[in-house]
Ligand binder design. Structure first.
Ligand SMILES: Cc1ncc(COP(=O)(O)O)c(C=O)c1O
Length: 386
């Protein structure tokens, strides 16, 4: 085909840009961000190779180490949570390595899928969606498996609203297989509920800025233990963008990134960490616990059924069944259009069966009350009879 034969691409006919109303955004990420953090992002660009950016990176990295509770450097990438999953796998393993993935929902399944795609030999230990990883079952299964390089798991399974007991799971893996690495997806838990990377013996932990950090999507944060760095040295899977060695080298040399960082989101994260320190880690954890209890108590008082109602229920996201006969799609749509309340639908096998309320990062008690009061008011309009 000659150049002349190419079709001219016309200017597209698209909807004009519209003003998006302020919403009570209660999906489990991206989460709402405080006004002062929105403002911090509006600052003019700076040189990412200059001293101002290095000062931000130094503050952010050291403060992230505090929130991760680790002595390991916390690397940051322009990426979402899935980038954390892929980066962990690409840095730790070689094709054919045997790994175990404990999955209790959509994001555990994604970890296993990425490991499959990278050519690892993956054993899945799966649990019903809504359940937590069962320690006795895992112990039995791990004991019968051939040697494995690592056990990968989700801390908080966002698709179901369940928080695994990662501390005990990690101890179990270390007891049964001292050389195996423990890799934890803490995308929707870190900074909201307790997680102590070093004290719990976690080898790799990652999270994403759009969850508990009161920051827009765009920064993935990941740390690796000395054992994981040793594994990284011999791991042969191909990697460039996510090669931890490059990121660490640049961080240690100049508090910079090997590639162009999302500068505006770093402005946001810098301030967010300052605000989180002012609130205090324990106070943040207590606020999330109260939020989880509040949502669950109100849901039950309305006669609603929770997907997870056990000791491992999540304090960052709640999953609630649509009651029998209720037009769930219509309900979520009315909440969004008429009340400016945005809730999340179910994922995968739970699509159409549940809805999810995110209560992580930046929220006030009034935000949560508005959600539950409005839900209570709207449910009968969509067919709910108690
Ligand atoms: C636990 C968990 N892992 C991984 C991801 C994937 O993150 P992202 O959508 O930011 O790529 C999510 C997103 O919700 C998550 O909740």
């Amino acid at each position: 085909m000659t150049i002349q034969q190419h079709k001219i691409i016309p200017i597209p006919e698209v909807e004009p840009r519209a003003i998006i109303p302020n919403q009570n955004l209660r999906v489990p990420g991206p989460t709402a961000i405080p006004p002062e953090i929105m403002q911090a992002q509006a600052h003019q660009m700076i040189n990412h190779r200059g001293p101002e950016f290095s000062a931000i990176m130094k503050r952010v990295t050291l403060r992230l180490q505090y929130f991760f509770q680790t002595e390991a450097p916390v690397l940051t990438y322009p990426a979402s949570g899935t980038g954390g999953q892929e980066s962990a796998i690409a840095n730790l393993f070689s094709a054919g390595d045997h790994v175990v993935v404990i999955t209790i929902g959509n994001f555990g399944d994604r970890l296993a899928k990425i490991a499959d795609i990278y050519g690892l030999n993956v054993t899945r230990i799966s649990f019903a969606w809504g359940e937590a990883a069962d320690l006795t079952a895992i112990e039995a299964r791990l004991k019968e498996l051939p040697p494995y390089k690592a056990v990968l798991m989700t801390h908080n399974e966002t698709s179901t609203g369940v928080t695994n007991d990662v501390q005990t799971l990690s101890a179990l893996v270390h007891r049964l297989s001292p050389d195996a690495l423990v890799v934890v997806d803490a995308v929707s838990s870190m900074g909201c509920v307790p997680l102590e990377m070093d004290a719990w013996g976690l080898d790799v932990v990652f999270t994403g800025s759009q969850k508990g950090w009161m920051v827009p999507p765009g920064i993935m944060m990941i740390a690796a233990s000395p054992r994981a760095w040793e594994a990284q040295k011999v791991a042969k899977l191909p990697r460039f963008y996510f090669d931890w060695t490059l990121a660490r080298k640049q961080l240690e040399a100049s508090w910079q990134h090997p590639t162009t960082p999302p500068v505006s989101i770093f402005y946001a994260l810098d301030l967010a960490l300052e605000m989180m320190l002012a609130e205090g880690r324990d106070a943040i954890f207590a606020r999330h616990l109260r939020a989880g209890e509040y949502i669950r108590t109100r849901a039950k008082a309305m006669g609603l059924q929770l997907l997870a109602d056990h000791q491992y229920v999540s304090n960052t996201v709640s999953s609630i069944y649509f009651p029998e006969g209720v037009d769930g799609k219509g309900l979520l749509s009315a909440l969004r259009k008429e009340d400016n309340i945005v809730l999340a639908s179910g994922q995968g096998q739970l699509q159409g069966k549940i809805f999810r309320i995110g209560h992580l990062g930046f929220f006030t008690q009034a935000d949560l009350e508005q959600v539950m009061d409005t839900l209570e008011k709207r449910l009968p309009e969509f067919g709910y009879r108690r």
